[in-house]
Design a protein around this ligand. Structure first.
Ligand code: CAA
Length: 424
């Protein structure tokens, strides 16, 4: 059935992604998860389909599609494999969008086309060992030197730190100014798998300005999203020219916060896809499995559980598509993005656990994908801002919504800063 937010183009894009996922991703997803292997071949194919640059303008190598198109692709991929979905989402939103949003014309021309056209992967370096939820506690330093900055520090849990080549990172330029003393920079490092990149014909560009002193560190052995690449990003005496400072000095934290506002729509979509994937498996199983002489579907408590899942999923769709719609229309969307991310990530956890409960013993084995989905769902409550951080963001907006100008909250009302006020 057509959703009110969707055009026929949205529906056919989603169909293309579904066909690709069924044909190319489903057969390899379990093996990639078991071996924690990055899916070079299928990610290359996603790039060839244009799916590594969905919302990026055509003149910068992207597809020039709207926010809902991007949201639907991430959701659809996650129904079948969350690792592929986060690869698209982290690359597009965290890796590429900061340069599109805050870059100079020169930076956009140089760095965006290789990312958006799917030649190399990008990432975003904010999180540090001592700066997780407290993102402004960044310790990476950028000292001003002639012609640029000398960066020193380390980032953790960075998606694509190993396989990717183009990153934006935050570093402190003025320690006296707290969140306003953080600046962002574009850095490049070669992929850790040059042989694989050469074999596949994707993932490396010789002509990028590689930043000496930037390299990836330890690969994380994760519970979920195991086929996505997550590592440290180490920065040692790395000279970054002025031309690679992204935005003005002191704007790094705020610009990254804005990037995360959008990122939360992507994680909401991913979570939604996981919940839908688990729901579909559960419905099929309930319809086939017999116990006590009848389909388990015929037990009313099974129907009630599935009805609750379906209702939750529908609510999650409305929250997520609405946040995407607000963003597309240029309206404030940070509160709605946080709500969508909070609701859908917790929904993904509930739905995958419910699916396992419904499948019983086999749900706990690798015979069905729901145990992987449950492991993949857990990180949705953590990455791109924990559930607690989402609640903090929502509460601050709620205060402003109710008290207006008399509210005392650190959320800025100035320029492009998000606000819950005036949204529909
Ligand atoms: N847009 C614009 N400006 C913003 C903003 C936003 N969304 N959020 C904050 N700001 C501004 C504030 O207005 C404030 O400016 P003023 O001083 O001029 O008022 C400034 O930034 C500092 O803001 P806060 O005082 O609110 O900062 P805070 O220290 O209280 O932190 C926080 C707020 C919401 C907790 C923030 O630190 C946060 O979002 N933390 C979570 C970080 C996060 O999501 N990390 C995930 C990393 S990526 C990842 O995880 C990748 C992956 O999994 C794949």
């Amino acid at each position: 059935m057509m959703h009110p937010y969707m055009t026929p183009e949205h529906v056919s894009l989603r169909e293309r992604v579904r066909e690709f996922a069924l044909e190319a991703i489903v057969p390899v997803a379990r093996d990639l998860d078991e071996r924690a292997q990055f899916p070079w071949d299928t990610v290359k194919a996603l790039g060839e389909m244009g799916l590594l640059g969905i919302p990026v303008p055509r003149e910068l190598g992207g597809m020039g599609l709207d926010e809902l198109s991007y949201t639907l692709v991430v959701e659809e991929l996650a129904k079948y494999d969350a690792s592929h979905a986060i690869t698209v989402s982290a690359h597009t939103n965290l890796g590429t969008s900061p340069i599109v949003m805050f870059g100079t014309e020169e930076q956009k021309r140089r760095f965006v086309p290789p990312l958006a056209s799917g030649e190399v992967l990008g990432g975003f370096g904010l999180t540090e060992p001592g700066a997780g939820s407290d993102a402004s506690a960044t310790r990476t330093r950028a000292a001003k030197v002639e012609g640029g900055y000398l960066l020193n520090g380390s980032k953790i849990f960075i998606t694509h730190s190993g396989v990717g080549e183009i990153f934006t990172v935050t570093a402190v330029t003025d320690p006296e100014r707290g969140a306003h003393g953080i600046t962002s920079f574009i850095v490049c490092k070669p992929t850790v798998a040059p042989d694989r990149a050469a074999e596949v014909g994707f993932g490396h560009r010789d002509d990028l300005p590689f930043t000496e002193g930037v390299r990836s560190g330890k690969k994380e052995d994760k519970m979920g999203w195991r086929a996505s690449d997550t590592r440290e990003l180490l920065i040692e005496d790395a000279f970054v020219p002025d031309a690679q400072r992204l935005g003005d000095e002191g704007r790094g934290f705020i610009n990254f916060m804005r990037t995360l506002d959008s990122g939360r729509i992507g994680v909401a979509a991913l979570s939604l896809g996981l919940a839908e994937g688990a729901f579909e498996v559960a419905v099929r199983y309930a319809n086939e499995r017999e116990q006590f002489g009848q389909r388990i579907w015929d037990f009313q408590q099974v129907q009630f559980r599935l009805a609750d899942m379906a209702t939750d999923i529908q609510a999650g769709k409305h929250l997520t598509y609405h946040a995407a719609w607000l963003k597309e229309k240029g309206r404030p969307f940070a509160k709605e993005a946080a709500m969508a991310k909070l609701f859908c990530s917790e929904l993904a956890m509930r739905a995958t656990l419910d699916a396992i409960r419904l499948l019983g013993g086999v749900g706990y084995t690798d015979e069905y994908p729901v145990e992987r989905m449950m492991r993949d769902a857990k990180v949705c409550e953590i990455g791109e801002g924990t559930s607690e951080v989402q609640r903090l963001v929502i509460a601050r907006h709620a205060l402003m919504d109710v008290l207006g100008d008399s509210a005392t909250t650190s959320l800025s009302r100035k320029d492009e800063a998000p606000s819950g006020i005036h949204t529909i």
